[in-house]
Design a protein around this ligand. Structure first.
Ligand code: ATP
Length: 262
């Protein structure tokens, strides 16, 4: 039971972002932090896996191909949170999460969906938002509702593109705790793109570093995340130390080279 990518080409009409991307097998229950500088391809990779961006090559989840064309199959395999926040529409959070769940899981009864929503709102700690309209919420509150729409479907693969970008420290920890619990309890494989290296390192099992030359390195944080890698990839002078709880932390001291990747 795993996610396997082999020989994947992905990108856009005028710009192939990944050529022949092959990664070591990612086992069930693994939380992977997807990191790398701006414009390196984190969103492109997640979109390709989610099937919203064309890609070729082999992408296998638990021995089955990730569905590229069939939306009904894909929404059962993959929970994808895009980088953009949910629109401030005049709809109530509960209704939005309910319809996301009903359209993805028409086989679930109303009672089952309601139980799933209740559990998701509880895990994320957002029950107070249930009856609020999205167009009357803050950006961070809308991001939490977007996450609820994705988590409620209980898919075996989660692809979360900067899921904490609009959140304060309390909600950042809530979200990563919820994703960690989905991996630990339900065997979910989660790929979480983020620029917050220290938050990622606090929760992940593995780090996938995407590099500006189209390369990718996947491995345990203590192996992959080195000052040399940070200098090469981000153009920064940095130290990797351990906090008093034993988690690796990155201390960025200086920008040493101008990024010319844009
Ligand atoms: N719709 C598009 N059409 C053409 N090129 C695109 C499109 N979207 C992104 N790109 C290009 O693809 C490359 C990868 O972009 P992507 O959004 O995947 O990067 P990212 O690592 O997620 O960046 P960031 O950290 O800034 O969000 C960039 O060079 C970008 O300019």
């Amino acid at each position: 039971m795993s996610l396997r990518l082999n020989g994947v080409d992905a990108g856009y009409r005028r710009r192939l972002v990944f050529r022949n991307l092959t990664l070591p097998e990612i086992p069930r229950g693994t939380l992977v932090a997807v990191i790398g500088p701006n414009a390196v391809g984190k969103s492109t990779l997640l979109k390709s896996l989610a099937g919203v961006q064309p890609a070729s090559g082999s992408m296998m989840l638990h021995e089955e191909p990730l569905a590229q064309g069939r939306v009904d199959q894909r929404v059962r395999q993959v929970g994808y949170l895009p980088q953009t926040l949910p629109q401030p529409v005049p709809l109530i959070a509960y209704e939005i999460v309910f319809s996301a769940c009903r359209s993805a899981r028409p086989d679930w009864s109303r009672a089952h969906i309601e139980r799933a929503i209740e559990a998701t709102f509880k895990t994320l700690g957002i029950h107070k938002l249930a009856l609020r309209r999205l167009d009357e919420m803050s950006g961070g509150q809308r991001q939490m509702v977007g996450l609820a729409q994705v988590l409620v479907r209980r898919t075996p693969l989660l692809l979360l593109d900067e899921p904490t970008s609009a959140l304060d420290l309390h909600w950042q920890l809530n979200v990563l705790n919820a994703v960690r619990a989905a991996s630990d309890c339900d065997g979910v494989i989660a790929l979480v793109a983020s620029h917050d290296l220290n938050l990622s390192l606090r929760f992940c099992d593995q780090v996938l570093v995407l590099t500006p030359d189209g390369g990718a390195e996947l491995g345990r944080p203590e192996v992959v995340l080195t000052p040399a890698m940070l200098a090469r990839t981000y153009g920064i002078e940095a130290r990797v130390e351990r906090c008093s709880h034993g988690y690796p932390i990155v201390l960025a001291d200086n920008a040493v080279t101008a990024s010319d990747y844009f």
